[in-house]
Design a protein. Sequence first.
Lengths: 322, 90
Amino acid sequence: MIRFFLNLFIPHHTNNYRAKLLHHESLLLVILIFFFGAFTLNYASKAFPSVLGISSDITVSDLLNLTNQKRAENGLPPLSIDQRLSNAASGKAQNMFAENYWAHISPGGITPWSFIRSAGYSYVYAGENLAKGFTNSQDVINAWMASPSHRKNVLSNSYNNVGFSVQTGRLSGEDTVLVVEMFGSVSEPQATAAISGEDKKPVEMAAISQQGKQPVQEPEKQASNPALLTQIPAQNLNKNTSTIKGNSVMGSVKTPPVINSGMLTKNLALIVISSFIFILTMDLIFVKRKRIVRAVGHNVDHILFFSLMILLIIIFTRGIII
Amino acid sequence: MYKKIQNHLGYYISLIVMLALSLLLVILASGNKDLQMTIFILTAIFYVIWGILHHLLNHDLTSKIVIEYVLIGALGISTIFFVFMGGKGI
């Protein structure tokens, strides 16, 4: 067994002083295994969605605790869960899967505030944070806290309620986990009482504008531009809301599978690429020590290329926020 | 080894710049998986061409080396394809 692994990983007389995994036929075999594995896992996740698919450890209670923990660290009062905001967040997540978009405002023009209002929450202040592709609550909160505009929502003293929705579904052709966080307040919080004389019209804050590039620095006083709120006639909103509750939407929301295919492929890919970096480094050291002359490619080139791949795999599989 | 790296410093700097540029483009294309995959495939192709040119300019290019760079590039593409298609159900 030890000899087998030595043959695979370490230059030795049994493998012509080049680790067996670096031989052309071995490289070809690994390539074929990856391609075959990709198709097999893809088929398996569609044929057995309860066994293999995308899942996460994100829970509403963790998100609430972590949000309030960050607020406490900054001397702010905790937010309480409001079921209406949670329903609004759920409606938003389902609408994103149904209309296949990743933005604060739907292609049809539905704003987050429409979901909040249709859930029966008459807000004075409202805000929304979105995240997708994360696997645990801590990473979601960390990503929001690292973004100035999202952080502003989490640490705003204008809110006293929050609602969350964590849903798995298919978006832009890939299975993913969506997290929607809706903030709101129905009455002026104490901290903003000083400006209560201005007006009592609704104020909304999206973490980032529709394009996802322009952070909103100050709460947008949409009330002064009520077009955004009144853009969608009530009957259209009701129509869209009824679509949201339809089977087409519910059908796209999946129950968590036993195996998280995202984590499985990421970890396997990282293990294989890291192994190749290890093998190439060992080969480099061995060749240097033994002063072996060979007509092969430069190991340093391959190590640099594989190092980039590790970074890319991490980037490809990390969650994103808007 | 260090002497060898010194001799090839120009080549390695060009490779590092190319890989860093690829990394930057992938980060900028965040959220667009198709574009990210395209950037990576192009990077792998450039890597193979770069590797072959590197050996060609050093007058030590053999068919075995060409195959090695092609296989390493293909391994990179197959790994990313595995992560994309197998993991995300694309």
